[in-house]
Ligand binder design. Structure first.
Ligand code: F6P
Ligand code: MG
Length: 499
């Protein structure tokens, strides 16, 4: 009978064989650990290149999840308390106090790094998308170990839930006051543009076709930059902006633009003009970013595109509820147009300045009435999905965008969603970084106008990002640099959906 306790029963020591004649070991089986992941292995928890996650101390994800989001939420609570103190009806007061309690639970979840739970069904169209994504990819994940993009979007959806399940405060926007207030303090830059663009656009007298084309090209370059740098005023980074900060961020004069063009590290402006200059009465879509001054710049740009005969139809895509602090909602859109026409936002403006704002506002409202400008708010824009998933998760939206001649995505968050917010090498070509939105049949031409405010950078030569990493370690989050990138897409090919 074998004795298991006898020393001879101990497993043999490791036997080292000399296998010098076998073939050498190979690496990378099944592509494991290799990037970019093949498209079939990409999913919301596994982007093409490694995701940024809150626990990555070297990334802006860490700072945002650990500090910025609790600060933003704390300020949001202050805003609601202010509203609460202005109420007099008991039922509404009690209802709002419950919203505040839910915000405090959310704050606690953030501070204790709780697991991500499903969103409570509040009847919104995005609920199936949210809860499917959580169930499929983020079960058991928490705020810090889920990819940053998803965790941050989830926080804003949870913030909306604090109100959407209430009786009286379903559409309450905790950032509305802040958005209006910042625009009202932007008079210098607002007048700078309104006094130039209120009068309908005309060419110089006697200009021939060649000169007209040249004039259009120059204006296109400058206005695209006005629209680009308008993105520098996002409120989620500038929690306590002074009058001076606002002015510096909003200088729209020629000299400033020439200086800042040097800071566009990936610059496809000429290619974009080549495309736009062939358009006549086309359709251009703006996937909007921030309300107030940025939206105002977007509208000045869109106004010119219409007047120059480039587009006869502009679609503006906004958010259904308060999102990443300053993003445009329907209420922000209406507020801007109506306060330009009827409001008294700028008490120190001259009559001429005030009239110029009003004149422009009236024209914009007319565009809207005639259907030349259309404001839309598809639920997909407020989900945690990146734009790699538009055709699978929102095929109706993909088809709609496929009809556009050019889709302009504004800002940092849209850029993160275009590129899957992952650690792609900076010299990754833009059309490769945006995946299906460039390569699927029917994909429209896509432009990203983004001031760089977070880690992901594509379309920028390796030596440039390397030098900046060494010399200016804060360059990826400062908003001082930008990219203007184009993907030509495959417009015209019939859209096909699998299955
Ligand atoms: O906090 C994340 C973030 O995407 C930052 O990268 C950026 O500063 C901000 O939110 C939103 O910026 P934008 O308004 O330009 O999308
Ligand atoms: Mg924004």
């Amino acid at each position: 009978m074998a004795d298991r306790n006898h020393p001879s029963a101990k497993p043999a020591a490791r036997t080292v064989l000399n296998l010098g004649n076998l073939p050498p070991k190979k690496q990378g089986f099944g592509n494991a650990g290799q990037y970019p992941r093949t498209p079939s292995r990409v999913d919301p928890n596994n982007p093409p290149w490694p995701a940024y996650r809150g626990y990555h101390e070297y990334s802006f994800a860490h700072e945002t999840m650990g500090k910025r989001l609790p600060t933003i939420l704390g300020k949001a609570v202050d805003d609601v308390v202010k509203t609460l103190n202005e109420q007099y009806e008991e039922e509404k007061i009690v209802d709002l106090a419950e919203c505040i309690e839910r915000m405090q639970t959310l704050m606690n979840d953030l501070n204790t790094n709780a697991k991500l739970r499903p969103i409570i069904d509040d009847g919104e169209g995005d609920i199936p998308l949210w809860n499917k994504e959580i169930a499929k990819f983020f079960r058991g994940k928490d705020f810090m170990n889920a990819p940053w993009l998803f965790a941050e979007a989830y926080k804003y959806r949870r913030l909306h839930e604090c109100f959407s399940i209430s009786k009286y405060w379903k559409d309450y926007d905790v950032f509305f006051r802040q958005k209006c207030d910042t625009f009202s303090r932007s008079s210098t830059a607002v007048f700078e543009l309104s006094t130039r663009f209120a009068e309908p656009f005309v060419y110089e007298e006697g200009a021939n076709e060649d000169e007209k084309l040249k004039a259009r090209k120059l204006l296109f370059h400058e206005l695209t930059q006005v629209c680009l740098w308008g993105n520098a005023t996002d409120l989620s980074l500038l929690i306590n902006m002074t009058e001076e900060d606002i002015k510096n961020l909003q200088s729209t004069g020629g000299e400033h633009l020439a200086a800042t063009e040097k800071n566009i590290l990936g610059n496809h402006l000429d290619r974009i003009w080549k495309l736009v200059s062939t358009m006549k009465n086309g359709r251009i879509d703006f996937v909007l970013d921030n309300a107030g001054f940025e939206l105002y710049c977007d509208c000045v740009y869109a106004d010119w595109l219409v007047q120059a005969g480039i587009a006869s139809e502009i679609h503006f895509h906004g958010k259904r509820f308060a999102w990443f602090v300053s993003d445009v909602t329907r209420k922000d859109w209406d507020w801007l147009l109506n306060s330009m026409v009827y409001g008294s936002l700028f008490p120190h403006g001259t009559d001429a300045e005030l009239n110029s704002v009003k004149q422009m506002g009236l024209r914009w409202k007319e565009y809207e009435k005639k259907g030349q400008w259309v404001y839309e708010q598809h639920p997909f824009w407020c989900t945690g999905y990146t734009f790699w998933s538009i055709s699978t998760e929102a095929p109706d939206l993909f088809l709609h965008l496929a009809d556009s001649d050019l889709v302009m995505f504004k800002g940092d968050l849209n850029h993160r969603k275009l590129t899957y917010d992952c650690q792609a090498p900076s010299d990754t070509p833009f059309d490769m970084a945006i995946g299906p939105l460039a390569s699927e049949d029917g994909a429209p031409p896509v432009v990203s106008l983004r001031t760089i405010k977070s880690d992901v950078v594509v379309g920028v030569p390796g030596e440039v990002s390397q030098r900046l990493d060494n010399e200016e370690p804060g360059w990826r989050i400062s908003g001082k640099y930008a990219v203007v990138l184009l993907s030509d897409g495959l417009k015209g090919r019939p859209v096909k959906f699998d299955g």
